[in-house]
Ligand binder design. Structure first.
Ligand code: ATP
Ligand code: MG
Ligand code: MG
Ligand code: MG
Length: 481
């Protein structure tokens, strides 16, 4: 089954169960001070759960573009090293807004996975909330009893509050959740183990694919829980992980979601994917990061030195450094992947195809700018290796700041290079330097104030709405931020 078929079958299945299929919301969040990027399928529907807005239909399903690089969910460090965490990924989801509840939700997940997708039942595990020990929050017996009719009891695992209880925030809707995990270990490996070892004890090849959240309660400001007047279901399934399971692969990167990009990068770099650990990691990181960068720019968030824009610039520079150091790309290269990605996903996310030329230009300009200073920054780091070693294997705050300020190295990029060289960074020292610079420019700004004040462009101007404006005109605006 191709990834396109897998996605379509999900949507068709839930349409057949009376769900309205809606398009993905933009990955970039505007007008919400608590969230920069959509990080779960549920995020665009927050208002329906809070009762601020009526839902378009009591049953909705979609695939949502998500980004997990900041805040509560930050998977950046995992990317490229493990096989199943991405920065940008698609989350398939089905929702009940005050309509069906646990019984239908769990039955349908099981039906979809085992009958439509034909995943073997003896390769699946489920988890149920075990309760927090108080009467207030007991074990989710209802979910347990439903699962018991479908899966053998030794495959139902108990989960704690961290993994199996979902809360929107300190207050608001919350409730237990039930996860589904898939065992990707080889036949031989599974044949060798038995009993307790068969169970998923955080084995790296036993991977969470789907989470069913049951919003039953509202947490009040005093911490107490009251039953919600209407109960909701919110589910999220990692699309790339699902493809890995169905296509019988050991890594998301081996599915047809990533292979076209991976093969393109490998060919351009003149290497073979799968032959060298270092270049493989670089290829995976780039394949991942280009998706995050392209989709956020297409949805209106330009790279910049501020907030959400800086998150994108950081990811971009991280990708440039991997391509420069490990794949020997000394000229802009990342931008040439954009057409491959846009073509691949044109039928699902036409917004990228529609803006391909603009997205590619922005990335190329970003690459050019960083490549001008990257090499010198790396040389500077190299020349100081002995100093760092004698300094307790630490990169001092002053140097980290110099790299940031003069060579454009985001702190997390310097941290990454430090880690590769068994060094750490004096982050506190970096912060001190950063504050001092801010004070210097604040003072400078004050002394410059004359008869009029030129207003700083605010973050709004970093966001470029898609309209009929020409690529050139938009590039000019981008250069101004
Ligand atoms: P994990 O424990 O693997 O980090 P999670 O519990 O943080 O996953 P949820 O918040 O429950 O994930 O999101 C629902 C689903 O989205 C997960 O079951 C998983 O399939 C998928 N998912 C979560 N994070 C990522 C990611 N960084 N990349 C790809 N898929 C992801
Ligand atoms: Mg996670
Ligand atoms: Mg989890
Ligand atoms: Mg989860």
């Amino acid at each position: 089954m191709t990834s396109a078929e897998i996605r379509q079958k999900f949507l068709d299945f839930f349409a057949s169960k009376g769900h309205q299929i809606v398009p993905s919301a933009p990955i970039v969040v505007k007008d919400d001070p608590t969230l920069m990027f959509i990080n779960s399928g549920m995020a665009p529907f927050k208002d329906y759960f809070l009762g601020n807005k009526p839902a378009p239909s009591p049953r909705v399903a979609d695939t949502q573009k998500c980004l997990r690089v900041s805040g509560k969910h930050n998977d950046l460090e995992e990317v490229g090293y493990d096989t199943y965490h991405h920065t940008m990924f698609e989350m398939l989801g089905n929702w009940s807004f005050g309509d069906y509840f646990k019984q239908d939700a769990l039955k349908w997940s099981w039906e979809l996975l085992t009958e439509v997708y034909q995943l073997p039942k003896d390769r699946l595990y489920v988890s149920v909330f075990q309760g927090d020990g108080s009467e207030n929050l007991p074990m989710d017996q209802e979910a347990y009893d439903i699962w018991k009719t479908m899966i053998s009891e030794d495959r139902i695992l108990m989960g704690n509050k961290k993994d199996n209880f979902w809360e929107m925030g300190d207050t608001g809707p919350c409730g237990p959740c039930s996860e589904i995990h898939v065992d990707l270990r080889s036949e031989e490996e599974v044949a060798k183990i038995s009993g307790k070892d068969l169970v998923n004890n955080d084995h790296p090849q036993v991977v969470e694919i789907w989470n069913n959240v049951f919003m039953e309660f509202n947490r009040l400001a005093d911490g107490s829980l009251v039953k919600l007047p209407a109960q909701h279901v919110d589910t999220g399934m990692g699309f790339e992980r699902l493809c890995m399971a169905i296509q019988g692969k050991q890594s998301n990167y081996d599915t047809d979601v990533f292979q076209p990009i991976i093969q393109f990068i490998a060919k351009e770099a003149g290497v073979t994917y799968g032959e060298n650990e270092k270049t493989d990691i670089a290829i995976r990181v780039i394949a991942d990061h280009i998706r995050a960068i392209s989709f956020t720019i297409a949805d209106g968030q330009l790279p910049s030195n501020n907030k959400a824009g800086y998150v994108i610039r950081r990811i971009l520079r991280r990708a440039v450094r991997y391509s420069f150091t490990y794949l020997n790309f000394k000229k802009p290269f990342l931008n040439t992947i954009v057409p491959v990605l846009a073509d691949q996903l044109a039928s699902v996310f036409p917004e990228l195809k529609a803006q391909q030329a603009f997205v590619q230009r922005v990335i190329e300009e970003e690459e050019n700018a960083f490549l001008r200073t990257l090499e010198n920054g790396l040389k500077r780091l190299d020349s100081l290796q002995e100093t760092f070693k004698s300094n307790g294997n630490t990169i001092d705050g002053k140097t980290a700041f110099e790299l940031y300020d003069t060579f454009g190295f985001p702190l997390d990029l310097t941290a990454l290079i430090a880690k590769e060289n068994c060094l750490t960074i004096d982050e506190a020292g970096f912060t001190v330097e950063m504050e001092q610079q801010k004070n210097r420019s604040r003072n400078a700004a004050q002394t410059e104030q004359g008869d009029w004040i030129v207003l700083q462009p605010d973050v709004e101007t970093e966001w470029v709405a898609y309209d009929a404006e020409s690529v050139e005109a938009r590039i000019v605006r981008y250069r101004q931020v």
